[in-house]
Ligand binder design. Structure first.
Ligand code: AMP
Ligand code: GLY
Length: 438
């Protein structure tokens, strides 16, 4: 029987662990981390020490920080294989300039108009040359570094000052790109270095408030459809995104000489001008993983073993034809000043079933109940024949949590999805001549 270890303490890692333990070939799933900041060297050493004691057959890494910190390199040196890329390959997420250049050098479609700056020279005229722009620090920023004109930056002067701040904070580069308009979606693929196999496309909701208002968050919830498409996407768009993930895996192997073993998560946007790549993540998405793993028919442990051995081509991967809606319950005043150390009452939450999955994220389980620890707390995933059914299940569960918490009622509802469909239609009407990727 396999002993598998995970790294991470979030809803995504809980979903990975629960999916692995369902496998008949897995005896035990252990955690190598306790939720500490996994970038600090002491945390890396602690993980290595625990791995040496527990000797798992392999490790699955949840979040990005330990990947960037080189945990996979260190565990591999210690003879413990991992599902997750080495730090050189995790640059796909940790360095936005690396990824833009990778696509450009290998003529992979999907880049917006962009430029990379290693100092302030030339930034101001470039900002003035773009109609709208996005400023991205190179390096991990916990999702908080990307700033968009007219949303976070209201003048060229302020934007130049923001770039100064980025360099002062020690980032090596700033990526500035054209501001795109469209609908975002995520396509995650399993990758063993040469073989790439897709999961189901999912749409996340980054903004805190209903109707996509308020600050950005880690992701308030997400949905996927029973036909494995999204209502605003054509099959060609999904195929194009899939092709980009495959081309990126091949480009990484060519550029670094190392096989990328883990999850390739493409964050795409469908614009009036075709498909664009916004970012890559080098790991499972949170919440997207909570949508796809409960409907994965294939044994996740078998997929992980195939990633490690480079035999993913021999594993047929299938998902149930069911719709999923995930809703995260978050503390009041999240993300700026979240309520913490307060107990929540889950006594009215319906029990887990084949139609409802519950995942534990930023909560402490104490003898008298669950306590909020300041980030996304609990995720409820409704699974049904269609979105309406899945949404009703997730909504009933999320709204039954009592305490100083909030969630988005609109995720997965017909009204919000229709809005997204209309948005894409309107953009495409304006751009009838250029339907696909440039
Ligand atoms: P990133 O970390 O690069 O994905 O950026 C975070 C978020 O910023 C994305 O999920 C988008 O909502 C937004 N974003 C990133 N790049 C662009 C762009 N070029 N145009 C418009 N929005 C963007
Ligand atoms: N869903 C956003 C992320 O995983 O980064």
């Amino acid at each position: 029987m396999l002993k598998i270890a995970t790294i991470g303490k979030d809803g995504r890692t809980d979903a990975i662990a629960k999916s692995l333990i369902e496998s008949p070939r897995v005896g035990e799933v252990v955690s190598l981390s306790d939720g500490k900041n996994l970038r600090i060297p002491e945390a890396v050493e602690m993980v290595l020490k625990r791995a040496a004691e527990l000797r798992p057959d392999f490790v699955v890494v949840g979040p990005e920080e330990p990947l960037d910190a080189g945990i996979v390199d260190r565990l591999s040196e210690a003879g413990i294989p991992c599902v997750g890329p080495t730090s050189a390959l995790a640059k796909l997420e940790s360095s936005k300039s690396f990824t833009r250049e990778l696509l450009s050098e290998h003529r992979i479609p999907g880049n917006p108009e962009y430029k990379i700056f290693r100092n302030l020279s030339g930034i101001e005229p470039y900002l003035r040359s773009l109609e709208g722009f996005v400023v991205k620090p190179d390096g991990l920023t916990g999702g908080k570094g990307v700033k968009i004109s007219n949303a976070h930056l209201f003048s060229v002067e302020d934007s130049v000052r923001y770039c100064e701040e980025i360099f002062r904070d020690g980032h090596d580069a700033v990526v500035i790109e054209e501001k795109l308009d469209g609908e975002e979606f995520s396509l995650m693929s399993f990758c063993d270095g040469t073989n790439v196999k897709d999961m189901v496309v999912v749409q996340d909701h980054k903004r805190l408030g209903e109707g996509d208002t308020g600050p950005n968050t880690g992701g308030m919830g997400s949905y996927s459809c029973e036909d494995h498409r999204l209502p605003f996407l054509s099959q060609e768009h999904i195929q194009e995104a899939s092709r980009i993930n495959k081309l990126v895996a091949a480009a990484l192997l060519e550029k670094t000489g190392q096989p990328y073993k883990g999850i390739l998560y493409g964050g795409f946007m469908i614009t009036g001008d075709g498909l664009r790549l916004l970012e890559y993540n080098a790991r499972f998405g949170d919440p997207e993983t909570l949508n796809v793993l409960p409907i994965l028919k294939t044994d996740l442990a078998e997929i992980c073993a195939a990633i490690i051995h480079g035999t993913l081509d021999q594993v047929p991967i299938a998902f149930e034809n069911r719709a999923t809606v995930c809703k995260y319950v978050v503390p009041e005043k999240y993300p700026e000043n979240p309520v913490k150390n307060v107990r929540i009452d889950c006594s009215s939450v319906p029990p887990e079933s084949s139609g409802l999955k519950i995942y534990y994220a930023a909560v402490d389980k104490k003898s008298d109940g669950l306590y909020l620890t300041g980030s996304r707390a609990l995720a409820f995933v409704g699974i049904g024949r269609n979105l309406e059914e899945a949404e009703a299940i997730a909504e009933e569960a999320a709204s039954s949590v009592r305490g100083p918490v909030a969630h988005r009622k609109d995720i997965g509802t017909h009204a919000l999805i229709q809005h997204r469909v209309d948005h894409v239609k309107q953009l495409q009407k304006r751009n009838v001549r250029k339907p696909f990727v440039r």
